[in-house]
Design a protein around this ligand. Structure first.
Ligand SMILES: CC(C)(COP(=O)(O)OP(=O)(O)OC[C@H]1O[C@@H](n2cnc3c(N)ncnc32)[C@H](O)[C@@H]1OP(=O)(O)O)[C@@H](O)C(=O)NCCC(=O)NCCS
Length: 198
């Protein structure tokens, strides 16, 4: 990997200097298919506050020199909102045993260089450094195969996630946001993937 690239995991107050950059990256990267998310700095800053206040949460930051080019978040599932916890409760999981990966966002010019793999490795290291987590889990949005905004060269991340040791589950949650081609927010289905940590 390029020697100018650093990939470091930060928690708590260490995160403060990076939050605006992470918010900007989320807005920029999630505008693209399949997320199509029309974000605002105000909403992002509110969302990211949770990461500042939890000593068990972390954000992995990728930098090219001084420039933040990617970020990847993780947090105990118990600190997520009810809509994210609900499918696990319904399946009888102990929520305290699940470490949740929020998202990975990386600028397109920096992809296919191993940074995404490092995001998964560093988040798993964080989960294993805390006691009691038996599972890692994240969710990804599901879009219809014939979605009008799907690029012809779009490659789903399913293969990448399987190679990181995750399996698709039957669990789905719903999150609402306004797509770039929508007039108002609507709920979107997101499917959970899981990996056993023991
Ligand atoms: C998800 C995302 C972070 C992946 O990042 P990435 O840096 O392109 O991924 P990597 O380069 O680490 O891995 C991609 C492949 O290249 C390989 N690779 C290429 N160069 C590599 C290197 N130098 N070192 C290690 N792996 C390398 C990886 O092994 C992997 O192949 P595999 O899955 O067959 O093992 C990036 O695609 C992204 O930001 N997407 C948009 C946002 C999104 O959809 N996020 C996910 C949901 S929140």
């Amino acid at each position: 990997m390029d020697t100018n690239i650093s990939i470091i995991t930060y928690s708590g107050a260490q995160l403060e200097p990076y939050l605006d950059d992470v918010a900007r990256l989320r807005i920029e990267v999630f505008r693209a298919f399949p997320y199509l998310y029309e974000g605002s700095m105000e909403h992002e800053q509110e969302y990211l506050k949770t990461y500042l206040s939890s000593p068990f949460a972390a954000i992995v930051i990728a930098q090219d020199g001084d420039k933040v080019v990617g970020a990847s978040t993780c947090i105990p599932l118990v600190q997520e909102p009810d809509n994210v916890k609900k499918p696990f409760l319904e399946k009888g999981y102990n929520l305290n045993e699940i470490y949740y990966y929020g998202e990975s966002v990386l600028l397109p010019d920096y992809r296919q260089k191993g940074i995404g793999v490092a995001f998964f490795e560093q988040r798993e290291r964080k989960a294993r450094s805390l006691s009691g987590f038996k599972w890692a889990s994240f969710c990804g949005v599901e879009r219809p195969a014939d979605h009008p905004l799907k690029p012809t060269d779009y490659v789903p991340l399913n293969h990448f996630w399987r190679r990181r040791g995750f399996q698709q589950t039957e669990m789905v949650c719903y999150m609402s946001w306004k797509d770039i081609n929508e007039a108002a927010e609507s709920p979107k289905p997101l499917r959970f993937w899981m990996k056993e940590l023991i």
